[in-house]
Design a protein around this ligand. Structure first.
Ligand code: FAD
Ligand code: MG
Length: 354
């Protein structure tokens, strides 16, 4: 995604937030907004409240926090916790508590999704270089070599004397690209709420987290990007209060070679871009970290496995677009909040209670 989806979302939200403060009568709307290139994407923050100076201070602090977290979690920054683990040749490496926590959560979600989400995918990601100027189609032996580390089950975390340590086998590289934006969104939201920010849109290029709800008590209306249309064109709308909306799909980062499209979401079982019969997966959940990782996992799983997973996880609000281009699958939890706007699709309810 997702810039289009987010753009549409922000437009809708901005109107709502304006109403919130203009409608109150006493105060004119005050907000602070900024856009920066962070986490390999465009990050847009919009804070709303009564005191512009306070909001500007919070905005600057939030951006500094993103920079701090990126310096821990990025596989592209040589000094990050993740890069130090990747270069340690199989030795234990001391990492910050936030990194240890995120790796532990990643390993738990990897187990829960039977490896469809796998934070140990780093060498495969680097080998293909999708989204970089070095993108290429590797040959089989290279792919086998990139899978040599054996996946997430071989990554260990231990705590000792209040410190955290991580160990990955020599040759196995971690990459938290499919979960870290969700975690950063959750951390920012927690911090802004505890500082007293009443309204915010945290848009981390595909991970949207919201603070506050619409002034008339109704949820915000957010557009979900149409996988085959221009950015900003959506196929449906979700009505969300104070939550998070995350989308994963193959249409944002890819390259084409000899008429074949290669995208950035890999099947950890093969080392190739996942051959999914889904075009996009959106999850709406209070927990943006889990939503981020599960969007990627469900996309990799494809329809049949994703449906089984959703039958076991009936709490999840998920919206899946089939690659056949004619159908949208929604879970019962999503059915409550999803409205189809593109009538070329039909909607089928899946998962427990369908
Ligand atoms: P998602 O589906 O959420 O994630 C896909 C990404 O996760 C892939 O790009 C890959 O990195 C990884 N991945 C692929 N398949 C799997 C799988 N099966 N299981 C687990 N993970 C998988 N981009 C840059 O171009 N340059 C940067 O310097 C850069 N730095 C970043 C630093 C951080 C801390 C983060 C979180 C992201 C960074 N990115 C950077 C962006 C990143 O490479 C991904 O493109 C982005 O996170 C993809 O997010 P998504 O929502 O599109 O897709
Ligand atoms: Mg993800």
């Amino acid at each position: 995604m997702k810039r289009g989806c987010i753009f549409a979302a922000v437009l809708l939200l901005a109107a709502g937030l304006f109403y919130l403060f203009a409608g109150g009568g006493a105060e004119s709307p005050r907000e602070a907004a900024g856009e920066n290139f962070r986490l390999g994407t465009y990050v847009r923050l919009r804070l709303v409240g009564d005191d512009k100076k306070f909001l500007e201070k919070e905005l600057a602090a939030a951006d500094a926090e993103i920079v701090r977290l990126e310096a821990l979690f990025s596989a592209n920054i040589a000094s990050s916790d993740i890069s130090r683990v990747n270069r340690a040749g199989g030795e234990w490496v001391k990492v910050g508590p936030e990194t240890a926590d995120l790796i532990k959560r990643s390993l738990a979600i990897a187990a829960e999704t039977d490896g469809a989400f796998d934070p140990a995918i780093g060498r495969v990601v680097r080998l293909w270089g999708i989204g970089t100027s070095a993108a290429r189609v590797p040959d089989e032996p290279e792919i086998r070599a990139a899978l040599r580390g054996g996946g997430y089950k071989n990554v260990k975390v231990r705590e000792e004397d209040g410190e955290s340590y991580v160990k990955a086998p020599d040759g196995l590289w971690l990459d938290l690209g499919a979960i870290a934006k969700g975690r950063v969104a959750d951390i920012l939201k927690e911090r802004l709420v505890s500082d007293g920010v009443r309204g915010a849109i945290i848009d981390l290029g595909g991970n949207l987290a919201l603070i506050g709800s619409s002034p008339d008590g109704r949820p915000w209306r957010l557009g979900l990007q149409h996988p085959h249309k221009q950015r900003g064109e959506y196929f449906g709308v979700v009505n969300v209060s104070d939550g998070s909306v995350v989308t994963s799909g193959p249409y944002e980062r890819f390259f084409e070679r000899d008429g074949v499209r290669y995208h950035h979401i890999f099947d950890p079982a093969t080392g190739y871009p996942a051959k999914s019969d889904l075009d996009s997966v959106s999850i709406i959940d209070a927990d943006s970290t889990r939503a981020d990782a599960l969007c990627t996992a469900l996309f990799v799983m494809g329809r049949a496995r994703a449906e089984k997973f959703l039958e076991k996880n009936t709490d999840l609000a998920a919206v899946l677009v089939l690659a056949s281009g004619d159908k949208v699958l929604v879970t019962p939890a999503a059915r409550e909040i999803f409205e189809l706007t593109d009538k070329k699709f039909t909607v089928e309810v899946i998962g427990g209670g369908a």
